[in-house]
Design a protein around this ligand. Structure first.
Ligand code: SAM
Ligand code: SF4
Length: 323
């Protein structure tokens, strides 16, 4: 469906859980995480109902995210059920990769279209510092398992470790494997506010020094705002998602659903609608559709991360929203 600024909103990101098996420093606190209870998060039936109503309004692509989506039992089966909804064309997953190797067969059988793995470093000691868990080996096994024909795999990397060698090593995955590596500028949301972002240009300069010229390509490879470059000798591309230095709100195609069922139009603002409350209060599908319609129609024109903060700003963290 088209929002009031003329953007086609056809992409819904769904956070399946606020729980996670990592504690990335820019996303969650080390201790004292207060997780939602099972009664507070949406049931899979509620999620499917929202997807069906969304599909009738023009949602075509669904991303399963979290917290860590693979810690919630039945994620693969949910992906398959969402894929079967008329109108839904693609179901994709964003994961930290820890549980991927063990769940990959089920995800493939369910027809998952693409998987993004978040990985900020290839150095085991730095991984322990950033993710606060000693689990890099499991993530790397997940990546190896995923070089699977017919499946699109991307690596998402938030450059929180700013050593040149780290960018070079992470980008090197696109040299070794036919996968795209994308660098994401840190956004001032939740714990991310404590870390200055590393801008796209500075990373590009480092990578060009290490690997030679990067040439922009027109292809988009997926549903989002990432723009890509190719490097001679690389099997995959290098991408940048630069919400801070290359604001892309005029092309934004997405709305978000938190694990407790709150639908949001924009990452930055609290604005949105409690779909869980509506459904548990006995709303009809028509009423649910109307509520989703209103979130899409009223989607804010843009984020304003550089401006002074207001009381409308989001207070949830990324693990609750889903990134
Ligand atoms: N656990 C899964 C994962 O890590 O991919 C899914 C949820 S996680 C919140 C989704 C993505 O958001 C990850 O790639 C993570 O690096 C990114 N992220 C978290 N906080 C961020 C921030 N403040 N700015 C930009 N990206 C952020
Ligand atoms: Fe967990 Fe993903 Fe947040 Fe890291 S970025 S703590 S893996 S939800």
């Amino acid at each position: 469906m088209i929002d009031k600024y003329g953007r086609n909103i056809d992409y819904l990101r769904i956070s399946l859980t606020d729980r996670c098996n990592l504690r990335c420093i820019y996303c969650m606190p080390e201790e004292g995480v207060k997780s939602l209870s099972h009664a507070e998060i949406l049931t899979y039936d509620e999620i499917l109902r929202i997807c069906r109503c969304g599909a009738e309004l023009g949602i075509r692509k669904i991303k399963l995210t979290g917290g860590e989506p693979l810690v919630r039992k039945g994620c693969a089966s949910l992906a398959g059920q969402i894929k079967a909804i008329p109108g839904i064309e693609k179901v994709t997953l964003t994961t930290n990769g820890i549980l991927l190797e063990e769940q990959l067969d089920d995800l493939l059988k369910a027809g998952i279209d693409a998987i993004n793995i978040s990985l900020d470093t290839l150095d085991p000691e730095l991984f322990k510092k950033v993710a606060r868990r000693d689990d890099l080996a499991k993530v790397l096994k997940g990546i190896e398992a995923l070089t699977h024909p017919g499946l699109s795999l991307k690596i998402n990397s938030v450059p929180v470790i700013k050593e040149k060698e780290n960018f070079i090593a992470v980008a090197g995955l696109a040299k070794k494997y036919p996968i795209h590596v994308r660098f994401i500028e840190m956004m001032p949301i939740g714990y991310g506010k404590q870390f200055p972002f590393q801008d796209e240009e500075s990373i590009k300069t480092v990578l060009e020094e290490a690997y030679g010229p990067m040439h922009a390509v027109k292809e988009r490879y997926g549903n989002g705002p990432c723009h890509y470059y190719e490097i001679a000798g690389f099997k995959g591309k290098i991408g940048f998602i630069s919400a801070m230095t290359h604001k892309f709100c005029n092309q934004c195609n997405r709305v978000r659903l938190t694990s407790e069922g709150f639908m949001k139009g924009c990452l930055q603002y609290q604005e949105g609608t409690d779909l869980r409350g509506l459904m548990r209060g006995g709303c009809t599908d028509q009423e649910l559709k109307e509520a989703i319609y209103q979130v899409i129609w009223n989607k804010p024109v843009s984020h304003n991360f550089y401006e002074a903060k207001t009381e409308q700003d989001e207070i949830r963290g990324m693990s609750q929203i889903g990134g």
